[in-house]
Design a protein around this ligand. Structure first.
Ligand SMILES: *Cc1c(COP(=O)(O)O)cnc(C)c1O
Length: 427
C-alpha cells in the first residue's frame, strides 16, 4: 500500500517504524477509503478489449467519480489511455497537471471568456449549442487557437447537444475542411436497459448524422453503451462508472472488478438488554440480549441515512470479522451501530475495522440500500476518510492499433489577447 502523498493525510512523526507510523496516522480517521488503481486499470483494459478497434477513453469527471481524478488519470495514462473527459474547466486543470500529453474534453462546453482557459490548458470544449460554436469560432479566429473541439448532437436525451437540424446546418463547414472539429458525439439515455427501444433509435439517429461528419471520429457509448454491441462503439467509447466498479450491465453479472474498499473503525462495543432501543428516535429495538459495535462513519461521510434499519425494515449490512452483520437503527452523522450478536465472543473489538464497502459488499449493493445508483454512492464518498491508493504502477501499455481519436500534435498555445470581461482565473 502506498499512502496518499498529502502530508496532512499522513503525518510523519519520525519516531515510529513505517508500519507504526502508518497505523498511528490512520488512527486519526474514523474511516479508511482504499482505491485500487490496478482494478481501475484492469477495468479499463477490459472495456478497451470489448470496444476494440474503437479507442477507449476515460471519463474522470467529479474527481473520477470520487476515486481521485489525479491518481486515476495518471494510472490510466500509464496504461495507455489517451483521451479523458471531465465536466468543467477546473476539472480539466487538475487533469492537465496529471496527464500533460493526453487529449482532454470538457463536457460542459464553451462559455464566453473561457477560451483562454482552453488554450492555456490545451483542452477541448464539447460544444452542444450553436451559440457556443459561434463564440468558440470567434475566440479561435481572434487568437489563432486551433486546439479542436467536439460537437455534441442530441439524439433523444434532450439534455445537451445540437438538434439534428442544427447539426445538419454545419455539415457544409465539415465538407469545406479545416473545421476544427475533432470529435462528433452523442449520449445514450437508457444504455443500461439492454432492451430499451430508445437505444436502437438513438443509434440510428446518431449513425445517420455522424456519417455526414466525414473524417471526424465519432463517439456514442458510455459504460453501458459499450455492452450494447459493436455498432454502438464507433471510433471512441467513453466509459466512466464501469471503470470504478459499477455494474454496466445491471441485468447480468458485473464484468468489472471492485475498486473501492471502505472500512470504519469500531470505537466501542456494547451490550444492550432485550427490549432496549438503539439510536436516534429509538426506531430499532433489541429482540434479544444484543451486542453492538459502534463504528466511526456516518451519513456525513456519504453513508446514506436511508441505509438504516428499524423494527419493520432491515437496512444495509456491514462486514465485521469476516461476517455480514446488520445495521441497527438509524445512521447518525458520524456513527453507525451494528448488531454483532452472532459473532463469536471477542471476534470484534474496539479498534478493529469493519468493512462498509468491499469483501463482497459492492457499490451496487450499497446503492440499493441507499435508494440510489452506484454513481451517487461513489460521488458521495466523504472527504474525511484517510485515502489510500493501491497499485497503479503500470509500465507496459497494451499493444493496440493506431489511435483514431487521439490528439494530433497539439498546437502550441497562441499569444492570447486579454478578452473583455472579468480577468482570467489564476493558474
Ligand atoms: C458521464 C458521461 C459519460 C460516462 O458515463 P458512464 O455511464 O459513467 O459510463 C459519458 N459521456 C457523457 C456525455 C457523460 O456525461
Amino acid at each position: 500500500m502506498t499512502m496518499a502523498s498529502d502530508p496532512k493525510i499522513i503525518p510523519q512523526t519520525g519516531l515510529l517504524s513505517a508500519e507504526a507510523n502508518q497505523a498511528a496516522a490512520l488512527a486519526a480517521y474514523g474511516g479508511v477509503l482504499t482505491v485500487d488503481l490496478d482494478a481501475i486499470i484492469a477495468n479499463w483494459r477490459r472495456l478497451e478489449k470489448t470496444a476494440v478497434p474503437a479507442e477507449c477513453a476515460a471519463v474522470i469527471k467529479a474527481d473520477a467519480y470520487g476515486c481521485g481524478a489525479e491518481q486515476v488519470a495518471r494510472a490510466l495514462s500509464k496504461a495507455g489511455c489517451k483521451n479523458f473527459f471531465v465536466a468543467t474547466i477546473e476539472e480539466a486543470r487538475t487533469a492537465r497537471a496529471a496527464v500533460p500529453e493526453a487529449t482532454i474534453y470538457v463536457l460542459s462546453g464553451y462559455f464566453q471568456n473561457t477560451g483562454e482557459h482552453y488554450a492555456k490548458l490545451n483542452c477541448r470544449p464539447v460544444i452542444g449549442d450553436l451559440n457556443e460554436l459561434a463564440e468558440w469560432d470567434v475566440f479561435c479566429r481572434r487568437t489563432g487557437w486551433s486546439g479542436g473541439a467536439a460537437i455534441h448532437i442530441d439524439t433523444g436525451m434532450n439534455r445537451l447537444g445540437l438538434t439534428l437540424a442544427e447539426a445538419q446546418a454545419i455539415i457544409p463547414r465539415i465538407n469545406a475542411g479545416d473545421h476544427g472539429i475533432t470529435l462528433v458525439m452523442s449520449h445514450l439515455a437508457s444504455a443500461e436497459q439492454l432492451n430499451s427501444p430508445a437505444n436502437a433509435k438513438q443509434l440510428a439517429t446518431f449513425r445517420g448524422i455522424a456519417s455526414e461528419f466525414s473524417g471526424v471520429p465519432a463517439s456514442l457509448a458510455n459504460s453501458s453503451g459499450i455492452f450494447l454491441g459493436p455498432h454502438f462503439q464507433f471510433d471512441l467509447v467513453r466509459p466512466g462508472a464501469a471503470l470504478y466498479g459499477v455494474n454496466p450491465t445491471p441485468e447480468a453479472d458485473n464484468p468489472m472488478q471492485p475498486v473501492v474498499d471502505l472500512k470504519a473503525r469500531i470505537v466501542q462495543t456494547r451490550n444492550v438488554e432485550r427490549g432496549e432501543a438503539v439510536g436516534y428516535g429509538g426506531t430499532w429495538t433489541a429482540r434479544r440480549p444484543t451486542k453492538l459495535a459502534i463504528v466511526a462513519v456516518g451519513y456525513a461521510d456519504g453513508y446514506f441515512r436511508a441505509a438504516g434499519s428499524n423494527d419493520g425494515t432491515r437496512g444495509a449490512e456491514v462486514i465485521v470479522a469476516g461476517k455480514r452483520c446488520p445495521v441497527a437503527g438509524r445512521i447518525s452523522m458520524d456513527l453507525i451501530a451494528i448488531d454483532i450478536t452472532d459473532l463469536p465472543p471477542n471476534a470484534a473489538r474496539r479498534g478493529h475495522m469493519a468493512t462498509l464497502l468491499g469483501e463482497g459488499i459492492t457499490v451496487d449493493e450499497l446503492a440499493h440500500h441507499f435508494g440510489t445508483i452506484g454513481y451517487e454512492v461513489l460521488t458521495s464518498l466523504g472527504r474525511r476518510y484517510a485515502r489510500v491508493y493501491k497499485g497503479g504502477n503500470v509500465v507496459e501499455p497494451l499493444a493496440r492499433p493506431a489511435p483514431v481519436a487521439a490528439a494530433a500534435e497539439p498546437p502550441s498555445p497562441p499569444p492570447v489577447e486579454q478578452p473583455p470581461g472579468p480577468p482570467p482565473l489564476p493558474g
